[in-house]
Structures are given as C-alpha cells and as structure tokens.
Design a protein around this ligand. Structure first.
Ligand SMILES: [Zn+2]
Length: 143
C-alpha cells in the first residue's frame, strides 16, 4: 500500500484523480503498478487498477493472475472490479471507500458476487485515512 499511495500522489501531477495500484504475486513481489492516467492519456479505461493489471499480465506473460493480489488506494469502480475478476486475482486490498461508485462492498459487491464464476477475497480500509486525505486534498484544490 506504501507504493500504491506514492503512485496516487504522482497522479495529481497530470490533473488525474489520485489513485494508485500495485499487483503483487503470491510471494509478495510487485509485478505491476499503475496510477490513474485518464487525463494524461485521454483514455476512459486508464484507471490505476487496469493500468496495474495490464502491467502485471505483461510482466508474467499471462492474463491469468490467480494467486496475485491487487492493492489499490480507492475502492474499485464497476469496470475495475470487473477487470479484477477477469484477471482472476485472488485478493483485493483497498484503502478508501467510494460510497458513490464503489463496486467492492459499498454501492455494489461485484468481486464477491456468488452468481459469478470467480470471486476475490477483499481486505478493505487499509490506510484508509491517508488514501482519503489524498483525494480530499485533490478535490479541495480544484474548487
Ligand atoms: Zn476504476
């Protein structure tokens, strides 16, 4: 989460909402990382989680990231929760809750939906205060 928070802090340099993500393998080694690049790349799908999952898949040479953990500073949205399931990561760790668009326990709980063939273990609220403060400061500065 340390690295994810540092990546989130870098996102605001390109006026992107500060969200950072890291993928670690079963041994805890970082195999992919990313930050929100939606503004920087004009790509609506360039959320931190998608960027990190793509990097991890490229690094391992496989889309299947079973056994891996996705660590992200903000609760994933529907797209990112879907991407996490498609990658088959075993665990999702996130910092701040997203009461408006979260899809891992607040608005929706896509990653633990028993109707779907794959689910991920969820650990929520890790260093929540720091992750929330980054977001709050970012939006305060834009007002
Ligand atoms: Zn997302």
């Amino acid at each position: 989460m340390d690295r994810a928070l540092a990546l989130a802090a870098e996102a605001s340099a390109s006026q992107d909402v500060p969200v950072g993500a890291v993928v670690t393998d079963a041994a805890g080694r970082t195999i992919g990382e990313g930050r929100n690049l939606r503004e920087a790349t004009h790509d609506p799908t360039a959320h931190a989680e998608v960027v990190a999952l793509r990097a991890a898949a490229a690094a391992t040479g496989s889309w299947n990231l079973e056994g891996c953990t996705l660590v992200v500073t903000l609760e994933p949205c529907l797209m990112c929760a879907g991407a996490a399931l498609q990658s088959r990561v075993s665990r999702l760790v996130f910092g701040a809750w997203d009461d408006k668009a979260g899809a891992a326990g607040s608005m929706y709980d896509v990653v633990r939906d028993r109707r779907l063939p794959h689910r991920a273990e969820v650990v929520a609220g890790v260093r929540e205060a720091e992750a929330s403060a980054l977001l709050r400061d970012f939006f305060d500065q834009r007002r």
